[in-house]
Design a binder for this molecule. Sequence first.
Ligand code: NAD
Ligand code: ZN
Length: 344
Amino acid sequence: MPAYRLLDWQQPGFAEVPVPEPGPGDVRVRVAGVGLCHSDVLFLDSPAGVLPYDVPFTLGHEIAGWVDEVGTEVDDLAAGDAVAVACMSPCGMCRYCVRGADNYCVDNWRGRGFGRDGGLATFIVARRKELVPLGSLDPAVAAPLTDAGATSYHAVQRVRPKLRDDSTVVVIGVGGLGAYAVQWLRLQTTARIVAVEAREVRMKAAETLGAHEVLLAGDGLSRRLREAVGPDGADAVLDFVGTDQTLNAAIRNAATLGSVAIVGQGFGTAPVRWGQLAHDCDVFIPQGATIAELHEVVALAQPRTSTGGVTIEVEQFAFADTPTAYARLRDGSLNGRAVVLPAG
Ligand code: NAD
Ligand code: ZN
């Protein structure tokens, strides 16, 4: 079958690979959609020796599709069922897994599309427990829920205990992940949402998705953010960018007893000292989401009349156009997650 792989470091391309066979407890999925995540750029750009993986491997970690064949011991899924595929394969036994924090499983230093074969191929095999039935959602659209949706959901759950009825939450970067953060906050909290974006088209999207106020990124961000959130600061700041400028604005505008989630891998830094970070304010770097959280995300995203479900913004690309889709992700010209369609 064809696959889009990291053939060698900094050398992505198409290659033929064997069709994977499901073992006991496994399911083979025909891949309908693969969302391209900004973290893929890190995998594509890293020279040899930087990341702890062996090449080659198939790229793509936001995966959804249809059940193709079930292995022995799997009796609750049938061919044709639509499923989301979790990014990770947690062991279930390590000290993090047994605490229900399987996103930090000791085996999760690699996952589908980074160190193990990912979804940019006709088929993928996963363990049954790593699949979440999609119900009425179309897997060619819903794939980004597995990371953009779930990772932002995890970050929102972490800050929720910090929020009060009249809280303000700042969301910096309303791209793939941030677009869902705004929506989870609207669905699950009463917070006033102040979004920050660098592109006008995404400022508009932030407003459409539910942000109450949207600021343009750039000069004077920290000061402008303080005017927008008020003198007490924001009870939570979710930074999906993570550059020096956004981190400084985040740290300086979080409230006493508040929290700052650094989700974006901009690798920026910000000084933290008395007078710069509010008292008892937590700063943390979350990664991914648990499989249980992916179940919650898929449940919340079902089209429902009471909430209207969730808006999944996608720009779909034919499998052969995967390099173009990555180029569009890189040059920042996408308005919605790029989703590649390996099944055509
Ligand atoms: P994306 O490219 O879809 O979205 C980023 C958005 O931020 C874009 O809309 C862009 O216009 C905007 N932006 C860029 N610079 C900005 C600035 N200075 N201020 C405000 N907005 C700005 O990216 P994504 O796929 O949503 O990923 C976001 C970040 O999260 C990336 O750094 C990615 O590596 C990281 N990530 C982290 C995890 C995790 O587990 N922690 C998981 C997935 C992705
Ligand atoms: Zn584990």
